[in-house]
Design a binder for this molecule. Structure first.
Ligand SMILES: [Fe+2]
Ligand SMILES: [Fe+2]
Length: 273
């Protein structure tokens, strides 16, 4: 059965108390699938963390509303304005009339290339800002790697869940909810691939400065890493993930697929008739 014919449907899954990943997976031949996740934090003032891809809008809204009443959603935290994180933002603002968007000045400017976001529904939340949302505080922090200058990760001080945005991205072979189900080499290779894809400038990094930034994030009392492109990371795999991202300044760049690869793919598709 080809990738296009397989069913990759995933149900929302629990990452921690009152914290649910809204998953979707996207075929990325020949390296399997990439998760495209967002997150819901329930509680006194529920939060949507990122808004998924427009390609899965209907199922995304259905999945979000299966874990939280949309009228109760008080905050929408947008990690950055890339389409796979912001794709359903307007739909989310319309479906969640009581939600305020946690964004930044720069992000709003970039979103304005296409969308007008009502300013009276926005609140700026920059790297280092902390927001008290009743039963917990949430913290915006720059993740170790990112592919948009607007990116802030989000840390929930109550559960210890980190939303890493594009950091700790990995390809997977099957839809997965828990990185513990990846073999050791698949976890390592996936983390190193994802890190290099997100941060192709990794050979330019000053190792000491980069490690200091990684340490700042790792110093958080993290119980689980969730993110846009990874199954949940828990237990010893958290330290392993940080250890792998620290290798980015010294590992070789990933070799892009080239025209020869594309020609082979097209020939393979044509041979299927
Ligand atoms: Fe991104
Ligand atoms: Fe992303």
């Amino acid at each position: 059965m080809s990738t296009a014919q397989r069913d990759f449907t995933m149900e929302p899954y629990r990452a921690a108390d009152d914290t649910f990943v809204i998953p979707w997976v996207y075929p990325t031949p020949p390296i399997g699938l990439f998760p495209i996740n967002s997150l819901v934090i329930r509680g006194t003032e529920p939060v949507l963390v990122d808004t998924g891809s427009p390609a899965c809008r209907e199922v995304w809204l259905t999945n979000v509303s299966s874990v939280v009443d949309l009228d109760d959603v008080r905050w929408i935290f947008l990690s950055h304005d890339d389409r796979d994180h912001s794709g359903n933002l307007l739909a989310a603002l319309a479906a969640c009339p009581n939600a305020t968007l946690l964004t930044t000045w720069y992000m709003l400017g970039r979103l304005a290339e296409e969308w007008t976001i009502p300013l009276n529904r926005c609140r700026f939340m920059n790297d280092g800002d902390v927001l008290d949302i009743g039963d917990r505080r949430i913290v915006a922090i720059r993740p170790p790697v990112f592919d948009s200058p607007t990116t802030r990760a989000l840390f929930d001080e109550r559960t210890g869940v980190l939303w890493s945005a594009d950091a700790f991205a990995t390809n997977v072979r099957e839809p997965l909810a828990d990185s513990a189900d990846l073999a050791a080499d698949a976890f390592r290779d996936g983390q190193l691939l994802g890190g290099r894809l997100v941060a192709p400038w990794h050979p330019l990094l000053d190792e000491d400065k980069f490690h200091a930034q990684v340490q700042k994030v790792q110093d958080l009392p993290i119980t689980a890493i969730t993110g846009g492109h990874t199954p949940a990371i828990r237990g010893p795999r958290i330290e392993e993930a940080f250890s792998l991202v620290r290798q980015l300044p010294v590992i070789k760049p990933w070799r892009e697929f080239n025209q020869r690869t594309l020609d082979l793919w097209m020939a393979a598709i044509a041979s299927l008739g």
